[in-house]
Ligand binder design. Structure first.
Ligand code: MG
Length: 455
């Protein structure tokens, strides 16, 4: 119910939701009538495991749609094994490390998971079948990424310190995010380039796709503080939170709320520093549906960062974007320029709420300024607007000759009219104009004569 109330309270968002529901049409709509039952079932599994990703994946161009769908489901299966705490490490680790080999084992399924998305593993044979139908280049990329990710996950599952104490240094934080998200960025970039949707030069700059993944992952980690803590998971790096409290759990207590907010600020600053890379990356994604697929999660992330910034509620509850806000962002993030505008707007909001009392004040300001600087360099819109405004102001200040003539006529006309009325009234009451004219004449010429005499 509160969702509907929120929509009513935000009419612009309500309008966006209605527009989306009524008018939105996919550029390349899926045609389930031409799909096999197996393929249809895979799309159902996709929708079951992620509603938001299902929507953008289903709208991808036909060249990449199946490959990305299969890629997503395989990683979902891998993550389900990793997340399942009921599977003991001696069983879990070999599965994670050899998950890329499972992809060619016809009929392979896993039925011992109790996780929410366990159905993906139970029906994994269907995903394997669809994988076998993909182009060899896509299979090669997906296999390589699954291998990297499975091994990375296994390393973390084996790491006792990580499991008990959580992430230690900022370097560890970046590495963890690389394994769970940066590698996904690599896979998607390789798929996009192979499918002709992105500039091949993206592959020469792997830090760009890594930043794309890290920006999303870090945003989720900052937002999910409370939820993760309830699950006994700690992803905020100790190197950061230990500056503000003795233990990471402290931030839940009201007396640590301010310290918690400052800790969030440092984490937000750390995440904001990835944005220029993300903006650079997005400019290299050429195909429309792939652009939407990449840009939508990014704009959601910057909006989420703005939501958690200086927000005490993020320490004690699960804060999330309103549905209407998400729909508005989805509708807007379809061009590079508008996507940049969204980033700029949210960075300006963060900058406006930044407080000099916050120990991270300077860092936040600099990070926001760098986003502005990047966008200004690509689209110097504000300068153009400023110049345009200045020209308009100048035009307003200096009136045209026609306007000057109109002003003179109006002023003169008013003067003549007023004077005529006054003279008429004076004459009506018996004023002697003949004497007055005589006196004026005498005065003027008298002065003139006197001046001439003096000369
Ligand atoms: Mg996981």
């Amino acid at each position: 119910m509160s969702k509907y109330l929120q929509l009513i309270a935000h009419p612009k968002e309500l309008r966006a939701v209605l527009q989306w529901a009524i008018w939105h049409e996919a550029l390349h709509p899926r045609d389930p009538s031409k799909e096999s039952d197996n393929l249809k079932r895979c799309y159902e599994l996709l929708a079951f495991s992620s509603r938001s990703f299902a929507a953008v994946i289903e709208e991808l161009n036909p060249e990449l749609r199946q490959a990305v769908m299969v890629f997503y489901l395989i990683l979902r299966g891998l993550d389900t094994v990793e997340d399942d705490m009921t599977i003991p490490n001696p069983v879990k680790l070999p599965i994670l490390r050899s998950f890329h080999e499972v992809l060619t084992k016809e009929g392979w399924t896993f039925n011992d998971s109790r996780e929410k998305d366990a159905v993906v593993l139970k029906e994994f044979d269907k995903i394997i079948y669809e994988f076998s139908l993909l182009k060899p280049i896509y299979r090669e990329i997906i296999t390589a990424i699954t291998k990297k990710m499975g091994n990375g996950m296994a390393d973390y599952c084996e790491d006792e310190d990580f499991n008990k104490k959580g992430v230690d240094t900022i370097k560890d934080y970046d590495l963890y995010c690389h394994y769970v998200a940066g590698i996904v960025g690599e896979g998607l970039t390789r798929l996009s380039v192979s499918g002709g949707s992105a500039d091949p030069r993206l592959l020469e700059n792997p830090h760009l796709h890594n930043s794309m993944g890290l920006f999303l992952q870090k945003t989720n980690i900052i937002r999910d503080y409370h939820e993760d803590l309830l699950d006994n998971r700690k992803f905020w790096p100790k190197e950061i939170w230990s500056k503000y409290a003795e233990s990471m759990e402290d931030f839940i207590r009201p007396e640590f709320a301010e310290a918690g907010v400052y800790c969030i600020s440092e984490l937000v600053a750390n995440a904001l520093e990835h944005i220029p890379d993300c903006l650079y990356y997005l400019a290299a994604v050429k195909e429309q549906t792939m652009f939407n697929f990449c840009a939508i999660p990014q704009v959601m992330a910057i909006a989420t960062l703005e939501l958690v910034f200086q927000n005490k509620k993020a320490l004690t509850s699960h804060v999330k974007l309103r549905r209407g806000t998400s729909v508005m962002l989805i509708m807007r993030a379809t061009t590079i320029r508008e996507t940049y505008n969204i980033f700029q707007e949210y960075c300006h909001k963060i900058h406006a709420r930044n407080s000099p009392k916050d120990p991270n004040y300077m860092r936040i300001s600099i990070a926001c300024a760098k986003v502005d600087q990047f966008i200004e360099a690509v689209f110097p819109t504000r300068k153009e607007v400023k110049e345009k405004d200045a020209t308009e102001e100048k035009a307003e200040e200096t009136a045209s000759p026609t306007e000057v003539l109109i002003i003179i006529l109006l002023f003169g006309g008013t003067l003549v009219l007023t004077s005529s009325i006054m003279l008429g009234v004076a004459w009506y009451f018996g004023a002697r104009f003949d004497l007055a004219f005589a006196a004026i004449k005498e005065g003027i010429f008298g002065i003139a004569d006197a001046t001439r005499d003096e000369l």
